[in-house]
Design a protein around this ligand. Structure first.
Ligand code: CIZ
Ligand code: SF4
Length: 301
């Protein structure tokens, strides 16, 4: 009897598809993926592949980024409701008003944003390269950093560069509290505390290391410590444990679970390949403008 995984593999070959999975996906989804990684790394894989179809296991803005970088491929998101609350905390209308208030400002846009917001921005950044991107903007310009006030605030304080911050945030990362860290650190005093810059400043202040998911994976692999306390979406623990079987990882809190990321299941990946759903296609005019902001980032990083 063939299993659901066999069926997915079979259809993947028939459709000439690849499966990309974000580091925050369920473990079983990461395990069947051709590549697991962060949103930008996955979109770059999408742009490189010879496959005709990309099944993007992540949230909507990530599938959009893949569509922007490879307009000729068919990009599928296995659950059309997998969105990102932070990306939805800014609208085009609001952004245009803010830009009018600050005509000299350059807009730096975190990739966790919709395609039309990227299209209205000067340059994109990810949590891996935000420091470099912000540093590249000449001092005579103000910077409007959207939509994540936590990542923006972190970069601003590290670089000592004032920025106008949008009031957006990731509800998942904001459920990680300093008091959770103090408690878990007391139980595991030797463990390193590693957190994502989408966390609040008081959480970041307690960390030994602050990084993107790619940066967290690299740090945990390369650092001699044996125990790590991880402050980001809990899906990353699957990858960390798989890559470092001799090390021990603790989630700061199980509350850091992104329900949107977890909407994707093996069944939905199968249905996605069976019915070629749900197609994500950014309209050409918006994609062209958004691509400029993404390309500027890629050229710098
Ligand atoms: O850029 C990404 O994929 C996100 C959302 C987080 C990270 O740090 O990788
Ligand atoms: Fe959005 Fe946060 Fe979920 Fe990432 S973890 S998709 S930023 S809500």
């Amino acid at each position: 009897m063939s299993t659901i995984i066999d069926k997915i593999k079979e259809l993947k070959t028939q459709r000439n598809a690849i499966i990309l999975a974000h580091n925050y996906q369920r473990g079983e989804i990461q395990d069947i993926a051709d590549f697991a990684g962060d949103s930008l790394g996955l979109s770059q894989q999408a742009a490189k592949t010879k496959a005709d179809v990309i099944v993007f296991c992540g949230v909507h803005f990530m599938a959009e980024t893949a569509s922007i970088l490879c307009p000729d491929k068919l990009v599928l998101l296995p659950d059309e409701h997998a969105g990102c609350p932070m990306a939805n905390m800014i609208t085009l209308k609001e952004l245009k008003i803010k830009k009018k208030e600050h005509p000299n400002a350059k807009v730096v846009c975190y990739v966790n944003s919709t395609a039309d917001i990227k299209a209205e921005s000067d340059i994109c950044c990810t949590s891996s390269n935000a420091m470099k991107i912000v540093s590249s903007i000449p001092k005579e310009h103000e910077i409007l950093f959207i939509p994540d006030k936590s990542l923006g605030g972190y970069v601003s304080s590290k670089l000592n560069r004032p920025m106008i911050l949008w009031e957006g945030y990731c509800p998942t990362h904001h459920r990680i509290l300093a008091e959770h860290i103090i408690k878990i650190k007391a139980a595991h005093p030797e463990a390193r505390i590693v957190v994502h810059p989408e966390c609040t400043p008081d959480v970041i202040a307690l960390a030994n290391h602050v990084a993107s998911t790619t940066g967290i994976a690299k740090y945990c692999k390369e650092t001699d410590a044996r125990e790590f306390i991880i402050g980001t979406e809990t899906g990353i623990l699957h990858r960390l444990r798989k890559e470092n079987p001799r090390k021990v990882f603790y989630a700061i809190t199980q509350l850091a679970d992104c329900s949107n990321m977890k909407l994707i299941s093996l069944e939905k990946v199968l249905w996605s390949l069976e019915d070629m759903i749900y197609q994500v296609k950014v309209p050409d005019d918006i994609a062209a403008k958004a691509r400029v902001a993404i390309q500027k980032m890629l050229d710098l990083s």
